[in-house]
Design a binder for this molecule. Structure first.
Ligand SMILES: Cc1cc2nc3c(=O)[nH]c(=O)nc-3n(C[C@H](O)[C@H](O)[C@H](O)COP(=O)(O)OP(=O)(O)OC[C@H]3O[C@@H](n4cnc5c(N)ncnc54)[C@H](O)[C@@H]3O)c2cc1C
Length: 390
């Protein structure tokens, strides 16, 4: 193992691998070790994510990070190639349609104005336009919707494998192990302890452990308001023709992602979703909440059949639902990429680049200071949407 590397990254999924890649891409001489406890990644939120990418956010920073995601995916396959091997992120820009009602129209219009001011291709559709263009999504009580034609989905595992393998080819060392403690001396990072008892000495640590980030941060006395929350995705078969349909998001937060041949993935974050490191498939939530909501809101979905699904963990930032990106104010050398709740996959590119720029002391491409950890210390939330976790 590299002795006393410049940077140790705990967690090697989307955030950790993207950060490792950008560090090496920006500064080939930097020595980076990534510690990942499970190289199969089977419980990592990254591979259990829906892979949706959208510019339809309200905060400028989230929009800009999504714009960079679209840029990063262009040519990703060639940029991340290792020898003959190339990752295939298979982007599908089928569009995202956010339906609005009286409770959500104000925030939707404000978001639309901000997205357009940043050059995003998003338009307002009246309820009649939606009925004409996407009759499957016609429902009672909607006032219209915002439609982003360039939103879509990307294969999360391909992005993870791309960053990980390219970072390794550039000289990053990935080791299998569990980081059990972050060591600090005189308010500066001193190293990372592993479950084996070994300590890797370093002055810079990135916490990229997803839903597991809070217990690890606590070992250095850092209190992160991030909780693991169970999030089940349901795959349904319908009798509908879903060719050419965008993904749709209801004002309640329930969403449908078309997967072809009448099949959709669906899910719904609710405040009473259980917390914990539990990956049990929650069939009862489908019967008790999702199906009734679907049938009442979008009558075309009355007849459907649950085929399969899976459960992953949201890393919910209970302060404001947004990512915590940057160096912890009271502990020099501790960098965070945590608390992205339900939208971290698409932001791994921008976060990886941003942390690499901060760690290397370079100017940052995006001003993400409002998403920095200072707001956690000051207890000042920066909401994307205060009414629900996104
Ligand atoms: C069902 C579901 C759907 C989602 N849909 C979307 C979506 O459509 N779009 C979107 O942008 N985002 C989505 N997300 C959110 C997104 O998946 C996450 O925000 C993002 O993947 C977080 O990446 P990460 O690398 O920080 O965390 P993870 O992918 O969870 O990776 C953390 C890694 O750290 C490792 N680790 C943990 N503890 C330790 C330790 N102590 N030592 C060493 N290694 C450790 C873990 O094994 C894991 O590999 C979804 C999430 C879920 C659960």
């Amino acid at each position: 193992m590299i002795e006393s590397p410049d940077v140790v990254i705990a967690g090697g999924a989307a955030m950790g691998s993207a950060t490792a890649y950008y560090l090496k891409a920006l500064e080939p001489n930097v020595q980076v070790v990534v510690v990942e406890k499970d190289p199969t990644y089977r419980f990592s939120s990254t591979v259990l994510s829906d892979g949706n990418v959208r510019v339809q956010f309200n905060l400028e920073e989230n929009i800009q990070m999504s714009q960079f995601a679209l840029e990063a995916i262009e040519g990703f396959s060639d940029r991340m190639a290792v020898g003959e091997w190339k990752p295939e992120p298979s982007p599908r820009y089928q569009g995202n349609l956010f339906l609005t009602d009286e409770t959500s129209i104000e925030a939707a219009q404000a978001g639309l104005a901000r997205q357009r001011s940043l050059g995003c291709d998003v338009e307002w559709l009246e309820a009649d336009d939606i009925r004409d263009r996407f009759p499957v999504y016609a429902g009672a009580g909607y006032l219209g919707g915002t439609y982003g034609a360039r939103d879509g989905s990307v294969d999360p595992n391909a992005v993870l494998q791309g960053y990980m393998r390219r970072a390794r080819a550039l000289g990053v060392q990935f080791i299998t192990g569990e980081a059990t403690a972050i060591k600090a001396e005189r308010r500066r990072i001193a190293g990372v302890a592993l479950a084996t008892g070994e300590v890797i000495r370093t002055e810079k640590v990135v916490n990229a452990t997803g839903a597991w980030c809070a217990p690890l941060a606590a070992t250095a006395g850092v209190d992160l308001p991030v909780e693991p929350v169970m999030r089940t995705v349901y795959v349904i078969d319908t009798y509908l023709d879903n060719r050419g349909l965008p993904s749709v998001f209801l004002p309640s937060g329930l969403y449908l992602l078309p997967e072809g041949e009448g099949r959709f993935a669906t899910g719904w974050s609710q405040p009473d979703d259980p917390k914990g490191y539990d990956f049990t498939f929650r069939r009862e939530k489908f019967n008790d909440a999702i199906w009734p909501e679907l049938a009442s809101q979008l009558p075309a979905f009355e007849a459907l059949h649950l085929v399969s699904g899976w459960t992953g963990l949201y890393e919910v930032n209970t302060l404001d639902g947004n990512g915590i990106i940057g160096e912890w104010p009271d502990l020099g050398g501790l960098f965070l990429a945590n608390g992205f709740s339900g939208h971290g996959f698409q932001h791994c590119h921008a976060v990886g680049r941003h942390l690499a720029e901060l760690i290397l002391g370079r100017g940052t491409s995006l001003d993400l200071s409002r998403l920095g950890p200072q707001r956690i210390v000051d207890h000042e939330p920066l909401f994307e949407n205060p009414s629900r976790i996104i």
